[in-house]
Design a protein around this ligand. Structure first.
Ligand code: ADP
Length: 586
């Protein structure tokens, strides 16, 4: 359908309707006025002719009546004729009666002579125009017939002229009315279309995103109501948009700050979105992923296979991803199709680091196998010694095997004690921290010194303790003593007799370093990295021989960590080792 403006529609249709109505009214008015006018003229002429007839009826001589007729014709312009019963024209105001033919065959005359009052319109042969005749009977005789017929005649032209005059007036008035109606329609159309137009402009403004645009008040009630509804709608829309913006910002922030690596791929190969973690993991620049193909951005084959599988199966896909190919960075990936309508289907992928879980699993496995192994050795020795004991009689052998059983039992005991201590430190960290007190590092060192003094003497080692001041830390005295004691015990164990072992504490900025230094066997660099692991030993035979459990350094490390500190070692094979526990001062 062709679009027309509201203005044109209202204006043109209003104009057409009012023009048609005015034209119809004008035509009707002309017809009615014409009819009334004709009726009036006919009635007047009928009365006049009746009056003339009455004179003849009253016995007035026809000449006198002819004179009256002549005067009447002169004044009114109406042609008067008197015809006798034989059809002869006795008098005619317009022509010489002698020149006129017999009128008996004229229908109006024939009917009037029979006593009828006639109004008749026909063509006049005499004047050659269409005429209206009013004919009445006159001069009633004793026989009931009529001596004369009086006829008044008026050319139709005269009536038409009158009609033309008032017709024109009506036409002019109608034209004026149509013009006035057109003007009125113009203003109404302009007003309505203007109001609707400005409402439309506001709606367009809102549609373009200006949610502050508001419709003004109009003096047309419906338009004002529409404008108010639109304003309310815009207000609601503004609130909705604001809340959606808020939610979208929140979601974007969550998305980008998630530690999980999150990304969205489209089936056509595009990488649609990815968060900071994903950018870091895949080494793509953070930001919009426009134009990026996931096959180029993600270089990990396992991830690409998982993406393909998600799009193929349309089902949730879960798998483990080995990021570095060495089992050190393990990720768990989950992919699923996004459940909204889109030209190209999209899938969301979430990948989180499970390295620590895998690491813990490995640790647990290693620990269990380590513990089993550690337990097996003394148990086997105890079993073998006990079996042998049953068969020996020699007192010295009995004592020897009993001593082995005792030593292995002690070792088992120490092993169990150390394992319990380690698990206690690991699993009740909070409880320990809650009970931390201010501990003087000097008193820890003194305690450790006195614990190992006699042992050192036994080995001919020079054990020294040195601190120049009282340095305080927040911690657990017993655990700190155990940790430092483990280091000093090792220093004595793994140094040849006659070595020197120095224990000292010194400030280092906000920290205090507790150092245990020996000039013993030292540790080869290859072992340093794993030295603090549970059950890790450089020389297994020697350690066992010395009653070691392989947990001393692991305990020292956990104690340092519990205190928010660190443990480290510097060592040179054959030259000695320096173990250092760094703690924050109180
Ligand atoms: P262990 O009970 O075997 O001593 P630790 O955890 O205390 O267990 O020590 C782990 C290993 O580190 C030891 O077996 C030993 O080989 C080595 N080690 C520890 N301290 C020293 C040291 N001061 N000098 C040389 N080697 C050491």
């Amino acid at each position: 359908m062709k679009n027309k403006t509201l203005f044109r529609r209202i204006f043109v249709s209003n104009l057409i309707v009012s023009a048609l109505v005015i034209a119809a009214l004008a035509a009707g008015a002309i017809a009615v006025i014409d009819r009334m006018y004709r009726g009036g003229v006919e009635k007047t002429l009928m009365n006049s002719s009746a009056l003339i007839a009455a004179s003849l009826d009253g016995g007035e001589p026809v000449e006198t009546v002819a004179k009256i007729c002549e005067d009447f014709a002169k004044e009114s312009g109406v042609r008067s004729t008197i015809i006798d019963s034989r059809g002869n024209v006795v008098f005619d105001s317009g022509a010489n009666p002698g020149d006129m033919t017999n009128h008996l065959n004229r229908p109006e005359i024939a009917r009037a002579l029979k006593g009828e009052r006639v109004v008749f319109s026909r063509h006049s042969n005499t004047l050659d125009v269409r005429m209206t005749y009013i004919a009445v009977p006159a001069g009633k005789n004793d026989g009931g017939g009529y001596e004369y017929a009086v006829r008044l005649s008026l050319p139709n032209n005269d009536l038409a002229a009158a009609k033309r005059v008032f017709g024109w007036e009506i036409v002019l008035l109608s034209v004026a009315a149509i013009l006035f109606s057109g003007l009125f329609s113009f203003f109404i159309a302009r007003k309505i279309s203007g109001a609707v137009g400005s409402l439309g402009a506001v709606a367009q403004d809102i549609a373009r995103g200006n949610l502050d645009a508001r419709a003004g008040v109009s003096d047309i009630f419906e338009i004002t109501r529409l404008g108010e509804s639109m304003n309310e709608m815009a207000e609601q829309l503004k609130k909705r948009v604001a809340s959606l913006n808020k939610r979208s910002t929140e979601l974007s922030e969550i998305f980008s700050h998630m530690s999980e690596c999150v990304f969205i791929c489209a089936e056509d190969g595009r990488l649609m979105r990815f968060n900071e973690s994903a950018a870091k993991i895949f080494g793509v620049p953070h930001g919009e992923a426009s134009g990026l193909k996931f096959k180029d951005a993600i270089r990990n084959r396992q991830v690409l296979v998982a993406i393909d599988k998600t799009f193929k199966t349309r089902e949730t896909v879960s798998c483990d991803i080995d990021l570095d190919g060495a089992g050190k960075r393990m990720m768990s990936l989950e992919g699923f199709m996004l459940p909204y309508e889109s030209k190209t289907p999209r899938a969301l992928f979430v990948m989180h680091d499970i390295s620590h879980i895998k690491e813990a699993e490995t640790l647990r496995r290693d620990f269990v196998s380590g513990v089993s192994h550690e337990l097996k050795t003394p148990i086997t020795a105890i079993k073998a010694s006990a079996e042998t004991l049953a068969d020996v009689d020699d007192k010295a052998d009995i004592l020897r095997f009993s001593a082995i059983i005792e030593k292995e039992a002690d070792r088992l005991n120490a092993l169990v004690d150390n394992m319990l201590l380690l698990s206690k430190i690991e699993f009740t960290e909070e409880a320990y921290r809650d009970n931390f007190e201010t501990v003087n590092v000097a008193s820890v060192l003194d305690e450790v010194f006195s614990m190992h003094e006699s042992e050192a003497k036994k080995h001919g080692d020079a054990l020294s303790v040195d601190y120049s001041e009282n340095i305080f830390v927040k911690g657990d005295f017993t655990l700190l003593v155990i940790a430092v004691s483990n280091l000093v015990g090792n220093a004595i164990k793994y140094s040849a007799d006659g070595s020197s072992v120095d224990i000292f504490a010194q400030r280092s900025g906000e920290n205090v370093d507790i150092i245990v230094k020996d000039n013993g066997a030292g540790i080869a660099p290859a072992h340093i990295e794993r030295l603090f692991e549970r059950f890790y030993r450089v020389d297994k035979g020697r350690s066992r021989n010395m009653g070691g459990t392989g947990l001393g350094l692991a305990i020292a490390k956990h104690v340092a960590m519990l205190h928010g500190g660190t443990i480290s070692v510097e060592s040179a094979e054959g030259k000695g080792s320096i173990f250092k526990i760094s703690l924050k001062t109180a």
